[in-house]
Design a protein. Sequence first.
Length: 295
Amino acid sequence: MKNLSKSILIAICSAALLSTTAHAQVLAAWTFENDSIAVNNSPAASTGTGTASSIGMATYATPNVGVTTDDVLVGKGSDTGANTVADTTNTWRVRGQAGSNGAANGWSSLAPIGTQGAVFAVPTTTATSGSINVSFDWYATTQGEANLQLEYTTNGTTWTNVPLTLGGSDSGLSVLTGSASDTNTTQGSYVSDNLLNNSVAGQDWFTGLKATITNPAALNDPNFAIELVNASTGADDISTQGTALNNNSGNWRFDNVSVTAVAAPEPSTYALMIGGLALLIGVRVLRRSKNSVQA
């Protein structure tokens, strides 16, 4: 009886102390609903503090070197593919367009891995424990690049690949890991939307893609940023149609980009109360057991 009472006490107290709560704080989010329908190379965050920009759109000949011409546009109900999901709200399109040199598109298979796409810089100075969670919606046109990876930086120069997981409506999207023997694709995690993997691809909205960053250096960091960029280059840089990137058309679009700090769980007031009550009950059980044995 005495040993049983001790076991009950330990179990009750352990369960109570493990009853914790985690607090989530949106550091920055972009829904693009507060932006005008127009060219916009740096849309403002709809919540929190952060800056958005694209990279690599004015670097490579597509067929000429153009200028960065990202814009906010309203999605169409007809823009559905393998998963039949449409986004008819404001979205952000990343692309280049013609400059003084003539026709251009920005997206190029000549771009090294991780040098084309979107960057979201979000200071994490208010986050001191736990993890940084990222979620976003992604769309690639028929001739858009098929392979996307997520990376983060703590210093603005060194970027680290983060495993991606599927979230909401992601039918038709594949989560893959690059091979060390293939230098034309990242060796880390990436997602791929192309006809080689699925019967229908392109014009797809994939929602709720997620990643969790647990590196302590990402906390309390004024230089923290994420990037959603090309996972492949050269011969591996294919369109959603499974063909070589044509280097003169296609783009990516984003919506509902969110960077959230999730604090390490701490015992809640309720859990502490339960723990105290459990401890009191346990002590009484032990006393009664002891008295019973002595009798």
